[in-house]
Design a protein around this ligand. Structure first.
Ligand SMILES: Nc1ncnc2c1ncn2[C@@H]1O[C@H](COP(=O)(O)OP(=O)(O)OP(=O)(O)O)[C@@H](O)[C@H]1O
Ligand SMILES: O=C(O)c1ccc[n+]([C@@H]2O[C@H](COP(=O)([O-])O)[C@@H](O)[C@H]2O)c1
Length: 208
């Protein structure tokens, strides 16, 4: 696991969780906007080890390398291998409980898109998760109306006393699925993700 200890004591820290298969500008813009709006000191990109709801996920070493390349050049962004190193299905509650225990004075914000918000109650031990960390959520490509999002946030905040904030970002329709499909179909993925990640995908022959 990367040593995050020295970076995150007594701070406000975002956790940008994802499969990152591959990382793209949607993830990066989301993390940057949340960091700015919530005045975060750091954002930890946390590639999921075994995302139990997804099938055919690319090897961990490739997703880690792409994530490292994707965040390069942003001093606020770091990568943790905590979930990649853990054995078994990846549950956010385990990650956040471990982080909270080792950094009791740090305020953690789990960052996510609206699709995740509507699944959140079905995540493992979500009631415990709501108590351990705050959430920063954004719309995703205009999928939900602002009213629906606000209603869902209000519902969860009332039911679980959770702290979920809505952050606005420009609508970005990019998804990792689309990038994988485009590579498979020999279509360009330029400008959907950082050039060094694109180069890595092509060098390694991923998603063919
Ligand atoms: N374009 C985007 N705009 C806003 N949020 C996004 C965007 N893409 C991903 N996210 C959010 O980032 C988090 C991690 O996403 P993930 O790594 O699964 O990427 P993805 O593009 O959704 O991948 P896939 O297409 O394989 O499902 C999720 O909470 C997701 O909602
Ligand atoms: O803990 C859970 O039950 C859980 C269920 C689904 C997703 N998550 C987390 O949500 C983040 C985004 O997931 P995904 O599958 O959209 O890449 C990632 O950090 C996952 O580990 C967590």
């Amino acid at each position: 696991m990367m040593d995050t200890q020295q970076h995150v004591t007594n701070q406000k820290v975002g956790i940008m969780g994802g499969t990152f298969d591959p990382i793209h500008y949607g993830h990066l813009i989301l993390a940057e906007y949340v960091a700015t709006d919530m005045k975060l000191d750091k954002v930890i990109f946390m590639p999921s080890g075994t995302p139990y709801l997804k099938s055919h996920v690319t090897e961990k070493k490739h997703r880690l390398e792409m994530t490292k390349r994707g965040i390069a050049g942003n001093d606020k962004f770091i990568v943790s291998t905590m979930e990649l190193d853990r054995v078994g299905n990846t549950y956010t509650v385990d990650t956040m409980a471990t982080l909270k225990q080792s950094h009791p004075n740090t305020r953690f914000y789990f960052i996510m898109g609206a699709d995740s918000l509507f699944d959140l109650e079905r995540w493992k031990n979500s009631e415990q998760l709501f108590k351990i960390c705050d959430f920063a959520v954004t719309n995703r490509g205009g999928t939900y109306s602002k009213t629906d999002l606000q209603a869902q946030i209000q519902k969860l905040n009332q039911k679980y006393a959770s702290q979920i904030s809505l952050v606005s970002i420009p609508d970005i329709q990019i998804s990792s699925t689309e990038i994988r499909n485009r590579v498979r179909n020999n279509q360009s993925i330029k400008y959907l993700l950082p050039a060094n990640v694109e180069a890595y995908i092509l060098e390694q022959g991923l998603y063919k």
